[in-house]
Design a protein around this ligand. Structure first.
Ligand code: MRU
Length: 348
């Protein structure tokens, strides 16, 4: 039985990109139409759209939006201008490599096209829609491979949101949950709140509730307590960038969960498409970590929660060392250690 998720996070419609506005969940579930290239850059940076695969598709849409804006330029000016805009789009957020990957797929279209300007714009639209459709198919494959390692009646802990709302649909870590739930509706999820932006509380619980999958919200510091009590059977998280040795950048706090899982002998899986693997970097040391606004730490829902003048540091991601990862669930199957070998083998 296939699990039917109701959520489609982002899609190309005629001349614009339609996406779920993730800044207002769970208070509202509304869509916004992004009609310009700079507007898309800002939507990615301000996290109207977020989650590695979703921002990849948003970046691909952003290139089409810029292309539409340059439609009146002569071809010999249009191409270098658009390539520059595409490079700019890649800088909207630094850590999730899916953004660079998807924009690079659009850059290939631009560079390989023999068409006139109108034709290039059409080819970019077609490619964006192809990438959207592929994302859902890939997530279903990830879900099905991952479901094979979910024990019967398992409680699965996840961190941040690697769900339908972090992708075009279905999700990576929550794709595993959806596929497992389709086979065994006695499984359940424990969702970490995920400070500072609370993607776990705001988004993961929202989307699982929408799909009718049982979920319990816990705060970030509670995970080892529940692991010690034997209440967590496995951990599945998403990823923003995976180095060639398996080191994995994901939402800040993931590393803490992985250490706790290792200590309690609980399997810790990363679920991600191959587009999240950056084989150009050897280890997680090389992954750029986004530093976000201090307001995310000092304020909750616009209300200050600490004294004025307190020093703040706010890295958006951390890197979980490969030794703590039991397996990387991809659309090509579950990669196991030694990741240097198993990751390389996928590309051979
Ligand atoms: O800052 P965000 O909300 O974009 O971070 C998202 C995450 O860290 C997700 O866990 C990751 O992108 C995987 S999404 C399938």
């Amino acid at each position: 039985m296939e699990f039917k998720s109701k959520i489609k996070t982002i899609e190309w419609v005629d001349t614009y990109s339609k996406m779920v506005d993730q800044t207002v969940i769970p208070y509202e579930y509304k869509f916004v139409n992004i009609t310009g290239g700079q507007e898309m850059f800002d939507a990615i940076r301000n996290m109207i759209v977020r989650g590695a695969p979703a921002i990849g598709i948003a970046g691909a849409h952003g290139v089409v939006l810029f292309a539409q804006e340059g439609a009146d330029k002569p071809r010999n000016e249009f191409i270098p201008w658009l390539l520059e805009k595409a490079e700019y789009m890649k800088t909207s957020r630094p850590t999730a490599v899916n953004l660079m990957w998807a924009v690079d797929r659009q850059i290939e279209v631009i560079k390989n096209s023999d068409s006139d300007v109108k034709g290039i714009i059409e080819e970019l639209k077609e490619n964006a829609i192809k990438l959207e459709n592929q994302d859902i198919e890939i997530n279903k494959k990830i879900g099905d491979y991952g479901a094979e390692v979910v024990p019967k009646g398992a409680t699965i802990l996840t961190h941040c949101n690697a769900g339908a709302l972090a992708t075009v649909g279905y999700g990576t870590a929550l794709g595993v949950v959806r596929s497992a739930y389709a086979k065994d509706n006695t499984i359940q999820v424990f969702a970490d709140e995920t400070r500072p932006r609370q993607q776990g509380a705001r988004i993961t619980t929202f989307e699982l509730a929408m799909d009718g999958i049982p979920v319990t919200l816990i705060t970030d510091g509670m995970c080892s307590y529940f692991m010690k009590k034997g209440m967590i059977d496995m951990v599945v998280v998403g990823a923003d960038r995976i180095a060639a040795n398996g080191d994995t950048a994901n939402k800040i706090g993931t590393y803490t969960v992985a250490i706790a899982a290792k200590y309690h002998n609980i399997p810790f899986y990363v679920a991600a498409p191959l587009s999240t693997i950056d084989i150009s970097i050897k280890t997680g040391e090389e992954i750029p970590i986004e530093e976000r606004s201090h307001d995310e730490v000092t304020h909750i829902n616009g209300k200050r929660i600490c004294a004025e003048g307190v020093r703040i540091i706010n890295p958006g991601f951390d890197v979980t060392p490969h030794e703590l990862i039991s397996g990387i669930i991809t659309e090509k199957g579950i990669l196991r250690p030694d990741y240097n070998k198993t990751i390389r083998a996928v590309y051979e």
